[in-house]
Every structure is written in structure tokens, then in C-alpha cells.
Design a protein around this ligand. Structure first.
Ligand code: MLT
Length: 405
């Protein structure tokens, strides 16, 4: 008789955003008269920008004509898109990443879950706490995390780097040496960032101890402050220790369209000199048939002059929501951080409520859905995340309701 993968059986509960979604649907079903406002999962609400839609239409038309029809996409991505990314996201920032170090994918969530496959099964991972749950869950599935302690909600073989108010939600170098370090800046869920000299410390550390950094830069487009790095490759030596993941979801509204990329530098080699670039290429070749042509064409349009201007305006729209949330919550007496270089606002729950108690309280009393901080890890207990990705009208209404609770 076949048997299930025992690693999957170790996963506690369902995926965080599935749980949040289920609770919201149950509440809405029980209270059909209530207008529930979702500020929970970081899903965009603004439609795709006109320049992107125009390119999508054109690409669809190309698929109807024999001369321009496209079949399987190249599994590493179309060259036109990889060249555009190399120029705009790297060369224009003075960073030298070549087009063939870029692997186009269907999004940063898949890349952040899959990238661990190219590292040995006994690799020790280090994660921030709180953390985007995909990093830990995907390593649980790979059998790398040891045993789960229900009381502490910690895995025995994972190195946790607590990110709390007293370290400005920035991790400190771990005491125990990891093999794989997951960093995400601007951070999901806390919205915190680190400066370039702080990131340089991580790069120096990783090169010194022989660790690899998986750098999730999905929220890079939201950086508004000077001296916050837009890519880890701004740091010297990053090409020998870092993989960078980028998404088109948050900067250009592709959450439903799906597009992202990973940078795996050619100089990234393991202890035996094995090229991680060639392993990731091998993995793509076997397991991935490329993001759809029409989506990659649309991704290219994000970097056109119109595309840049239109997506910048959308980011400004969401960051205005972030201001509304931050200011409104502060006025209501909450302790708030994030929301400056990221579309996430991280708040302390009032009266030492647990994160899930506050979730219920907010849902019942303000009909607003957020994400409990403890869902991102034990150091998120007593915190709560709201996203700025709602519509302006809903965001204003949600904050008014919270103020009136
Ligand atoms: C989040 O809400 O944390 C993200 O939207 C989830 C994701 O990007 O997969």
C-alpha cells in the first residue's frame, strides 16, 4: 500500500492564509448582512496598468497568427525579458548581473519554496521570527527541520532569529552557524528594512562561514528611504553567497497573472565548487516549462516608460493607504511600525491580547480581517499585520471602524 510523505504529516495545521481565508468565509456566511473588509493576505486590488493590458492583448493576438505563435517558452525565460530585467533592475543601479543569471518563474512564492531543493538534505536553515511561512513549511516538506514542539511552536533543527521591537525587527547574526539563511527585506510581515551597511554585514558573514543567503526582495519597489538596498547585489561579495528572488505581483499587480524571477549568480559555488546556477538550471529544465509567453510579454511592459510611470502610481496609491493605516492606528493609540518602505503595517495588539484573539475581536467588532502575527512564528505573538493593498475607500472605512471599536 502506498504511503504519504511523512514530512508533510509533520506540518502543523493548514497554510496560514488558508486558515485566515476560511475563518473569514465562515464569518461572512454566518453574517451575510455585514460588509467584511479584507486587509489580510497581501493581494493587490488595483487592476493591471494600461500599458501591461495593452501588451497582454497584443501578445494574445500574436498567439493567433502562425508567424508569431509561441509554443513552449524557454525554460529559463525569454531573452527579451531577461535582458530587460538585467538592464533595469541591475545595470541601471550599477549592479552587474547578466541576463543568463536570471531565471524567470511563475512567482516568488514558488521560487522561495523550491530553491531549497538544490541544497543538501541536512542543510541547517536560519529564518527570521516572525517569517513568511513558505520558507519554513517548504523545508518541513523537505524533511530538514527536525521535530515540532507544540508548546514553543519551534522546529528543533531550525535556527530562529527573533525580530522584535527592541532590535527594530532586524535579525542579529545567529550564534549557531547555518548553511542557508533566509532574509526578506523590505520584510514580510513586519515591514521593517535594514540599511546597506547592515546587509553588507550579512553578506560578509555568509561568505565567512560558507552559508548561502536566500534574499527575498519581493517588496523592493516599496522602498522610499535612502540607503535601503534595492538588491543584495549592491553589497560587495554578494555574488558568491546570495540568491535573490523577485516578484511581479506586488510591484505590478501580477498576483493573478503570475510572474517572478530568481537570480542565481554563476559565481555561487558550494563547498566542493559545484555551481548552484547549473543546478537551478537543471531543476528548471526538468520541472518547469516556463512562464507563459503572454505573461512574460506583459512583464516586459512593466519596464516601458508608461509601465514604469503607471506602476509607480499604483505603488504610491498603496503607500498612501499605508499612511492612512499607520496614522489612523497611531491616533487610536496603537503601537505601529512598518508601512514606510513596505505595504505592511505591523501593530502591537492592545491589552496584551493574543494575535488570534485580536483577529476574532477585529472581525467581530470592526468586520475587518487582518493576519495574526503569531501565524508568522512565535515572535509574532502579540502582533498583527494589516496590508495596504486594499482599495483606498475600504482602507479608510476599515480604519474608521477600528477607531470606533
Ligand atoms: C502575504 O500576504 O504574506 C503574501 O501575499 C503571500 C504571498 O505573497 O504569497
Amino acid at each position: 500500500m502506498f504511503k504519504a510523505n511523512e514530512n508533510y504529516l509533520k506540518l502543523p495545521g493548514s497554510y496560514l492564509f488558508s486558515t485566515v481565508g476560511r475563518k473569514q468565509r465562515e464569518y461572512s456566511a454566518a453574517h451575510p448582512d455585514k460588509k467584511v473588509i479584507r486587509l489580510s493576505i497581501g493581494d493587490v486590488t488595483q487592476p493591471l496598468a494600461p500599458a501591461i493590458i495593452e501588451r497582454l492583448h497584443k501578445a494574445v493576438d500574436e498567439m493567433a497568427v502562425a508567424e508569431t505563435f509561441k509554443g513552449y517558452a524557454p525554460d529559463l525565460g525569454y531573452e527579451f525579458l531577461r535582458n530587460t530585467i538585467a538592464k533595469n533592475d541591475y545595470a541601471d543601479r550599477g549592479v552587474d548581473i547578466s541576463a543568463d543569471e536570471i531565471f524567470v518563474s511563475d512567482g516568488a512564492k514558488s521560487d522561495s519554496a523550491n530553491i531549497q531543493e538544490i541544497f543538501t538534505a541536512d542543510s541547517k536553515i536560519a529564518v527570521c521570527d516572525p517569517v513568511y511561512p513558505v520558507y519554513v513549511d517548504s523545508n518541513v516538506m523537505a524533511g530538514r527541520t527536525g521535530t515540532y514542539d507544540k508548546n514553543t511552536e519551534l522546529w528543533s533543527d531550525v535556527i530562529y532569529m527573533p525580530c522584535l521591537a527592541d532590535n527594530n525587527f532586524a535579525p542579529e547574526l545567529p550564534k549557531e552557524t547555518p548553511d542557508i539563511i533566509y532574509l526578506c527585506f523590505p520584510n514580510n510581515p513586519t515591514g521593517a528594512t535594514i540599511k546597506k551597511d547592515q546587509l553588507q554585514e550579512w553578506v560578509d558573514y555568509a561568505n565567512k562561514v560558507g552559508a548561502v543567503i536566500i534574499y527575498d526582495a519581493a517588496y523592493e519597489a516599496y522602498i522610499s528611504e535612502e540607503d535601503v538596498p534595492h538588491t543584495i547585489y549592491e553589497c560587495e561579495g554578494a555574488k558568491t553567497c546570495a540568491i535573490e528572488l523577485k516578484s511581479f505581483s506586488k510591484n505590478a499587480g501580477f498576483t493573478g497573472t503570475r510572474l517572478g524571477y530568481a537570480v542565481v549568480p554563476k559565481n555561487l559555488k558550494d563547498a566542493d565548487g559545484v555551481s548552484m546556477h547549473s543546478l537551478w538550471a537543471r531543476r528548471h529544465g526538468t520541472k518547469f516549462n516556463g512562464a507563459p509567453y503572454i505573461v512574460q510579454a506583459a512583464g516586459d511592459a512593466v519596464y516601458s516608460d508608461e509601465g514604469k510611470a503607471q506602476t509607480k502610481a499604483q505603488i504610491a496609491y498603496y503607500m498612501n493607504n499605508a499612511k492612512v493605516i499607520s496614522q489612523g492606528l497611531k491616533d487610536a493609540g496603537y503601537t505601529v511600525s512598518g508601512g514606510v518602505n513596505a505595504p505592511y503595517i505591523w501593530l502591537k495588539t492592545p491589552n496584551n491580547m493574543s494575535s488570534w484573539d485580536f483577529f476574532d475581536y477585529l472581525l467581530e467588532n470592526a468586520n475587518v480581517v487582518g493576519t495574526p502575527g503569531s501565524g508568522f512564528g512565535p515572535s509574532g505573538e502579540g502582533y498583527f499585520r494589516l496590508t495596504a493593498f486594499g482599495t483606498y475607500e475600504n482602507t479608510v472605512e476599515a480604519i474608521e471602524r477600528i477607531k470606533n471599536m
